[in-house]
Write a protein that binds this ligand. Structure first.
Ligand code: AP5
Length: 217
């Protein structure tokens, strides 16, 4: 089960990837989470990535490709993985193909821009675990606190409306072309993934059920 979740910021990739990882017993690989951890630890990767992330731009391909490809060499990926937020440019997708990383399913999730802005401006995160909340749609038991640990939730730097709009623009420009890329047979043979497109609007559990159905689970 090597899966790519594709979709604009805020469509619910992270929410669904966490549930899917549990259901399929394979790791969720979020390049965004990996970059945020590097920013917090102030590593050289984090220092390089921070200004791109805060302004809603993509981090350069050469940084991200090595990060993702090295991650899937880890033993916990032996039976599969869920890419959440990778690949995000044609160069990243082509690098996966050239490195013979076969993908079984690509699932595109779609939500209107208006809903995305509501979702991202109300999103809160428990950074150590990656648990995701929303002030209206999925509020924590105690406002501002993680349900499991009671620790503080944070709001991401890039979840301000002006940056959300920039991220949506970057998505249309640089990531959406991957839909056409994965809808056709990949060049020079190899496994062409199955492509699916679903609506990300509605109940989280129902969307999860739909994804599992597409995967034959
Ligand atoms: P990244 O962290 O990947 O962010 P993103 O793709 O912009 O996606 P988000 O995490 O914002 O949204 P999501 O779809 O996961 O939604 P979520 O489930 O949280 O990337 C951040 C930055 O890192 C990038 O801008 C870039 O700079 C850099 N980066 C990362 N990967 C890169 C790459 N490959 N190449 C280059 N640069 C890269 O849900 C959102 C909210 O909605 C939550 O509050 C949630 O509770 C709520 N919600 C979820 N589902 C529902 C539902 N069904 N109904 C109502 N509310 C819902």
């Amino acid at each position: 089960m090597r899966i790519i979740l594709l979709g604009a910021p805020g469509v619910g990739k992270g929410t669904q990837a966490l549930l899917l990882a549990r259901a399929l017993n394979v790791p969720q690989i979020s390049t965004g989470d990996m970059l945020r951890a590097a920013v917090q630890a102030q590593t050289s990767l984090g220092l390089d990535a921070k200004s791109f992330m805060d302004s809603g731009r993509l981090v350069p391909d050469e940084i991200i490709i090595d990060l993702a490809v090295d991650r899937i060499k880890q033993p916990d990926c032996a039976h599969g993985f869920i890419f959440d937020g990778f690949p995000r440019t044609l160069a990243q997708a082509q690098a996966l193909h050239e490195k013979d990383v076969a993908i079984d399913h690509v699932i595109e999730i779609k939500v209107s821009d208006e809903d995305i802005i509501r979702r991202l401006s109300g999103r809160r995160i428990h950074q150590p675990s990656g648990r995701i909340y929303h002030v209206d749609f999925d509020p924590p038991h105690t406002p501002g606190k993680d349900n499991h640990t009671g620790e503080d939730l944070i709001q991401r730097e890039d979840d301000k409306e002006v940056t959300i709009r920039k991220r949506l623009h970057v998505y249309r420009d640089q990531t959406e072309p991957l839909v056409a890329y994965y809808q056709q047979a990949l060049p020079s043979g190899g496994l062409t993934p199955q492509f699916h497109c679903i609506s990300g609007t509605g109940d989280v559990a129902q969307i999860q059920g739909e994804i599992l159905g597409l995967l034959g689970r």
